[in-house]
Design a protein around this ligand. Structure first.
Ligand code: PLP
Length: 381
């Protein structure tokens, strides 16, 4: 049996048909440099502005608050960089489960001190911990809206309230959340928010940083006057137009998230029922409807991923290869899981195109290959 089943939406989503056709027409017809004054250039400029309105609508933001970037990583780096520059303060507060785009950037910032808030074994943050570490020298607090490995949703509005009470800027990495949970920046009362098009059925290499009107911004990428002088470099027109089309589509799809939850719950319940020695790594609420993180006793996730691939099944783990060794996910270890448990974890992530028959196929294949891997003692851990 060889099918194809995609369970890696949190890594990247397929490009929606509507998005691909917007990109195609852009490639063939709208290639002029939008900084110029002639009419074909003004046409491309107006497409960018239309995309800005669409992305703003997804967040209930003002179009002028959107800065197009090269993706989530640049948006996150830019928000933190801006806060450090404009406040002239040098402490940054983050959580232990942030994406590497946050953790590694903060560690690299010259002269800055990074304060890392722990999570408990459900992946949750104690809000008092944040309040207690903010000082007069805190430049920014950056906590993700939802975790990309576990799906745990963080109380952004409450965290931002604590930050503002103490006069500190707040950024949220909403890359994993956007397209799965509704986002309303007006309600959240935050300062910066990062999103990425390729997580919401758009193209790779394009994202947005939302900066609340009135918040001072210091550009990170400096060059020409694009993006109102806030991000230099000739615009990635096809990417931005694709992003706009994806934002428009996703704004309408968000109310279908319940159908993803039904499939996710079916997947989880059946894995736990059919495969002995399988354990859910996150079940605390609130969590997003699209992610299931499961460890399989006596299995190395990397072996399981290769086996799944033979059956055309795509999934992933949070482990990273470092000097030839497999390092367990920093998210699962921050939650207190052992190295063994973390190295046996697989993240299955679902999306708007996931079908029941794909989940059934995955369940069938999992049963077979886990039995096979467990029989093979050399793969056990
Ligand atoms: N933040 C989170 C939570 C992510 O999942 C990712 C990508 O996996 C990023 C940031 C980085 O986004 P990008 O790939 O657009 O640079």
């Amino acid at each position: 049996m060889r099918g194809m089943a995609y369970f890696d939406y949190s890594s990247t989503t397929p490009i929606a048909r509507e998005v691909a056709s917007a990109i195609e027409s852009c490639l063939s017809d709208f290639w002029a440099n939008p900084s110029n004054i002639y009419s074909i250039a003004r046409q491309t400029k107006s497409l960018i502005e239309e995309s800005r309105r669409r992305v703003a609508k997804l967040l209930n933001a003002e179009p002028g608050e959107i800065i197009f970037t090269s993706g989530g990583t640049e948006s996150i780096n830019s928000a933190i960089h801006s806060a450090v520059q404009t406040t002239r303060k040098s402490e940054i507060v983050i959580s232990a489960v942030e994406h590497h785009a946050t953790i590694r950037f903060c560690k690299k910032l010259h002269g800055c001190k990074v304060i890392t808030i722990p999570v408990n074994n459900h992946g949750l943050i104690n809000l008092n911990d944040i309040e207690n570490v903010i000082t007069n020298n805190t430049a920014i607090v950056s906590i993700m809206m939802a975790n990309n490995e576990t799906g745990i949703i963080y109380p952004i509005k409450e965290i931002s309230k604590i930050c503002h009470k103490k006069g500190v800027l707040f950024h949220t990495d909403a890359v994993a959340a956007a397209g799965v949970i509704p986002i309303n920046v007006k309600e959240l009362n935050i300062d910066f928010l990062s999103i990425s098009a390729h997580k919401l059925y758009g193209p790779k290499g394009v994202g947005a940083l939302w900066v609340r009107n009135g918040v001072e911004y210091c550009p990170y990428i400096v060059g020409g006057n694009q993006e109102g002088g806030r991000r230099g470099g000739t615009e990635n027109i096809t990417g931005i137009v694709g992003f706009g089309a994806a934002a428009e589509l996703i704004s309408q799809k968000l109310n279908e998230a319940d159908s993803i939850k039904i499939l996710r719950d079916y997947l989880e319940n059946n894995v736990l029922k059919l495969i002995p020695g399988s354990h859910l790594n996150t079940f605390a609420e609130p969590r997003m409807v699209n992610i299931s993180n499961i460890s399989f006793e006596l299995i190395k996730s990397i072996d399981l991923l290769f086996e799944l691939d033979k059956y055309g099944i795509c999934a992933s783990n949070g482990a990273a290869c470092k000097s030839g060794n497999l390092e367990p996910s920093h998210v699962l270890t921050a939650m207190g899981y052992s190295k063994r448990r973390a190295l046996s974890a697989i993240r299955f992530s679902l999306g708007y195109y996931t079908r029941q028959d794909e989940v059934d196929y995955l369940l069938d294949v999992l049963k077979t290959i886990i039995q096979k891997l467990r029989k093979n003692s050399s793969t056990s851990i």
